[in-house]
Design a protein around this ligand. Structure first.
Ligand SMILES: N[C@@H](CCC(=O)N[C@@H](CS)C(=O)NCC(=O)O)C(=O)O
Length: 209
């Protein structure tokens, strides 16, 4: 059984998307980051960077003590390797998938996070920062669109952890002042993921925790 420490945010959705897609049993623990629950000592013991998501795998493959992990990319890779799902075993598709997973983790997520911050949460408007992260957001959507013009999924031929990591950030495109009409290949990909039963189930979980 997997324990998932979660909030219904883009990084939180990544892990429910994976677990629903893979059909893995899990327990969901809501961490209210608005109330500061991510700073509680018991949460910091598994997620020392005080951020969700984090997991505890109570049945790790080595048969040892429960294994805890933080950082959504590391969690997705761990779960893909544990279950043999959502990461191709074929060399080129696997490496392409990991490349786009790292692109999401190091670029798409952090830059769009700054976009959200300066557009919606900054205590005073900072025009330079709003402009900088808007331009960078548009550049990243252009990169994503080009990739998806050339392949149905980010890793190539199969839906994977790279798509799962990227989708929840695209789901917030309106908050980033992005119109998917300007990125037709992203829009097509987005609609294909949005209607998957696992995606609907993951979003339903977000409503009830
Ligand atoms: N790189 C981390 C980022 C996680 C992250 O930013 N989590 C946010 C919610 S989406 C959070 O827990 N924020 C609480 C805080 O910063 O105190 C990951 O991908 O897991």
């Amino acid at each position: 059984m997997i324990d998932l420490y979660y909030a219904p945010t883009p990084n939180g959705h990544k892990i429910t998307l994976f677990l629903e897609e893979a059909g893995i049993e899990y327990r969901l623990h809501r961490v209210d980051i608005g109330k500061g629950e991510q700073f509680r000592p018991e949460f910091l013991a598994i997620s020392p960077n005080n951020k969700i998501p984090a997991i505890v795998d109570n049945d790790p493959a080595d048969g040892g003590a429960p294994l805890s992990l933080f950082e959504s990319g590391a969690i997705l890779l761990y779960l893909a390797e544990k279950t043999g799902q959502l990461l191709s075993g074929e060399l080129r598709e696997r490496e392409t998938t990991l490349q786009w997973l790292f692109w999401q983790m190091a670029g798409f997520g952090p830059m769009l996070g700054q976009n959200h911050h300066f557009t919606h949460f900054a205590p005073q408007p900072v025009p330079y920062a709003i402009e900088r992260y808007q331009v960078e957001t548009q550049r990243l959507y252009t990169v994503l669109n080009k990739r998806l013009e050339n392949a149905p999924w980010l890793g190539g031929n199969h839906y994977s952890i790279a798509d799962i990591a990227t989708y929840p950030w695209v789901a917030s495109h309106e908050r980033q002042r992005i119109s998917l009409e300007d990125y037709p290949a992203v829009s097509n990909w987005f609609e294909r993921i949005r209607h998957r039963p696992a995606t609907l189930a993951a979003w339903k979980k977000a409503e009830v925790v």
